[in-house]
Write a protein that binds this ligand. Structure first.
Ligand SMILES: [Ca+2]
Length: 237
């Protein structure tokens, strides 16, 4: 078993009609509740590519291709772990955590909840702190499902190629078969509040790196035994 600080929790076994996404057939766990630690990457790769150093900060300055290679290596060393990028649908589903407001925290956010550029708040909100850097994972409040810093801090690469949404309802969509850019979600420390909305879609070429780009694992499908083990962690939520 891969030993690191990352814990795996949350199941995508509910529907969220407001997002247009329904995630029922593919049960996956979204990793760690937070972006992947720089320390974890350093432990596996032997180096930390992040602009903002510190083991407890999210890893950044990683391309989609870097992340795919990393996932492949961890899976190769740990048969059965089945790590993956979350699909865009899974990401949004987890980010919303049952909400249909612009942010999982409600109609607006403050820098005390989300790490973004507080000089440019969403929808005429109050200005606030602009930290000009990432914050350590788990520094800011969790969403309702125990996930940290989905909105803001670093953009998170998703599995999908980017394209316009198809017409009609989609169930467990995985994006188009090919494309030019990969999806990023969530906004970052550098971006305005508007970009940190749960619904906002960003994309970049899979070879691009930035101190704004990070990722988190998804895991799955998982066995019933593991699902049962994970459930008690959230019985009080
Ligand atoms: Ca994020």
């Amino acid at each position: 078993m891969y030993s690191c600080k990352v814990q795996f929790f949350y199941f995508f076994n509910r529907t969220c009609p407001k997002s247009g996404f329904s995630c029922g057939a593919h049960q996956r766990l979204l990793a760690g509740g937070y972006g992947l630690y720089s320390g974890v990457v350093a432990g596996v790769k032997g180096n930390n590519p992040s602009e903002f150093k510190g083991e407890s900060r999210p890893v950044e300055n990683v391309s989609w291709d870097d992340c795919a290679a990393f996932i492949g290596r961890v899976n190769s060393d740990n048969p059965g772990l089945n790590l993956a990028f979350p699909t865009e649908a899974q990401w949004e589903y987890a980010c919303r955590a049952g909400t249909d407001t612009p942010f999982s925290f409600g109609k607006n956010i403050s820098p005390e909840q989300v790490n973004y550029n507080g000089n440019y708040p969403y929808n005429k909100g109050d200005k606030g702190e602009y930290r000009k850097q990432t914050v350590a994972v788990k520094s800011l409040p969790v969403n309702r499902w125990g996930l940290y810093e989905m909105n803001g801090n670093v953009w998170e690469w998703c599995a999908d190629w980017y394209d316009e949404y198809p017409d009609g309802e989609a169930i467990d969509p995985a994006g188009p078969d090919s494309g030019v850019n990969r999806v990023l979600r969530g906004g970052s420390w550098y971006y305005d509040g508007w970009f940190c909305r749960s619904a906002f879609r960003h994309r970049h070429h899979p070879g691009n790196r930035s101190y704004n780009f990070g990722f988190r694992f998804a895991r799955g499908p998982v066995e019933q035994e593991e699902r049962d083990k994970a459930k008690p962690q959230f019985s009080d939520r």
